[in-house]
Design a protein around this ligand. Sequence first.
Ligand SMILES: [Zn+2]
Length: 399
Amino acid sequence: MDLPLESMRSAAQEYHPPLIDFTQHIVATPSLPGQEGDVAAIIATEMENLGYDEVWRDQVGNIIGKINGGDGPTILLNGHMDHVDAGPLEGWPYPPFSGQIVDGNLWGRASVDMKGPTACMIYAASLFKQLNIKPSGDIYMTVPVMEEIGGLGTQHLITHLNAQAAICGEPSSNTLRRGHRGRVELRVTFNGRSAHASAPHLGENPHYAAAVFLSNLSTLTMAYDDTLGPSSVAPTLYSTDQISPNVIPGQVYLTLDWRNIALEKPADIVAKVEALVHSIKGLEQNVDVVVKTQDFTTYTGVTQAIPAIFPSYLLPENNRFVQAAHRALVDALGRDDGVDIWRFATDGGHLMTADIPTVGFGPGDETLAHTNQERISLAEMEEAVVAYIALILALAEAA
Ligand SMILES: [Zn+2]
């Protein structure tokens, strides 16, 4: 199907003011993971007003809007409605939930990550209706919950939606992305024997085992990928089973934050850490290594145990969706920014796990995400609307 660039550009321009109003409205509506109910209702209403053929909320609270197309391939757009905490208010030049516009930037928590990009995708898909053009296949606009704490929302989406290709709209300064390292959180438990701290010889203090383990951690050989670089591991949290300072703990818990390349699976990582434990004399009986799993409850009241696994993925440079997306962006934006990877993990990893080839593209500077300087350029948002339409068309054609 052919959609002239000129009509995409003028539609993006015409709908820019309501897009910005909507973005300000959702930025001004806080939505921490598990508390997305208010913003979900605003998003659903906007999609209905924009003429989506169907809009619904699934069991865990994700909002899904559908644009009906022909019998061709289905394209899925993926945003998210939650965000990280705003932190101390003093550090913000403008209040984090104001959506204030200063010098062509819309300020606030989630403006970049990722209510701004999500709003652009919502509008881009709706322009097929406004321009009265039927896409070759259906378009699903998905706005999941709980991306920031492990992707419960998108993991649920892929149990009931399918697509031939997807766009993950996380911020990339309007350049194309084809993957990222993943993240796996491990919990290492050192088991000892608790005793009164005045009589250390009666106990077995697990701190010493943890110390030996930690001092050997840097001897691990890390996996490597030419594009993603090496996997990395960092000890982060440390705690014990006691709260009294005069008791030798029975257990010590250590959290490892592992950033993995695409070929390294969570089971491989656990095995690698276990092998290190077994290589250290005296540790083998007393140490357990597991992927951390936590219960999360959605705003709709569903509780699910979610392992802390954020999958890595990498589409090859010559993948047909990557190539089609690249060509479409060069045409639509009039410049060639090449193809890069993200430095952080996204819900794209979960989509890829469901065998949905996923390219990444979004307005906004990714280095501002999770900071008190978070703001998004309005000019980039307008450009992104045109780019998303071009990407939807190109992916459908490549599928
Ligand atoms: Zn995000």
